[in-house]
Design a protein around this ligand. Sequence first.
Ligand code: GAL
Length: 370
Amino acid sequence: MKKALSLLTVSAMAVSMLAGCGSSNTAATTAAATEAAKTETAAPAAAATEAATAAAEAGSADLADKKVGVCIYQFSDNFMTLFRTELQSYLESLGFKPENISIVDGANDQATQTNQIQNFITSGVDVLIINPVNSSSAATITDMVTAANIPLVYINREPDEQEEKRWADENMNVTYVGCDARQSGTMQGEIVADLENKGDINGDGKVSYIMIEGDPENVDAQYRTEFSVKALKDKGIEVEELDDQVGNWDQAQAQSLVANSLAQHGKDIEVVFCNNDAMALGALQAIEAAGETVGTDVYLLGVDALQEACENVKSGKQTGTVFNDHISQSHSAADAAVKYLKGESNDHYIGCDYVKVTTANVDDILASLG
Ligand code: GAL
């Protein structure tokens, strides 16, 4: 099990990323960062005892016989693999027995996942953690699960506002744990805007970019697409979209899309925005195959802070990424599940901050990824 990114690192990074942060809770973030900065020296000890305290608070003995069902939209997704691996080991550290933790692969098919949820309900799990295949199926899923009196923690794919409002209005034991994807998009744009040439490699007064989107049904893809470009415009930078393609979070699809785009637009492309790092890794393959160099001919941005992408940021093969904190999100999801099991309630939205990753802090991020 990994420790959550140390407060020390986060506070330093949070302070450095505050200017222009697109998150709606900027004031709260500022206050939190200031508070964290004040307590920097106490942070390592706090991080070290975090797991032990969480386990003690959870009352390990009570959890040994509790069954938890976890539905993941697709096992082959790189980021969700990190997430579920961390979730499994953190649940075990809290006192759940490995044989009582069941994690299933929805294979990117909502019908398959709906069956899995039904099977979990029939088998009598005590709590469910669900990463929906389609967020638009959330209302149906919520109805199935709450009708069986099972508490529910959604992760990673946020249901819409109307659905979340219903949980509060009807006092349901349902919550969502995740980050606000607008913040990650904004950070991608800011990384470009902070470059000396502000992304305008050819000096023609505008930033010409291509966008490689994740699954378009997913709010993370929609917001990252919109807010990365918005961050540039908000800083008065002129932009030109040369291409916008759907790569479904997938490395191989992104590689072929970027190869096509490079064949069509060549060096006119100054920035390749990818909604995640898996696709940025594919984009890099295409960029290198076209004989271009990141940092000189083109800038490349991703999200997630996958280990390989961070290594690329370190060596200059990727301009930047944004840490999608799977450690904090998986721990928060498990903690919320435990609170429900103890008869306590949770807020209906449990958030988490993204962190900008550039050469300036990539070593800290790599260290925290272990
Ligand atoms: C995003 C993540 C992507 C992909 C997606 C799945 O938050 O950045 O890499 O895992 O979730 O819903």
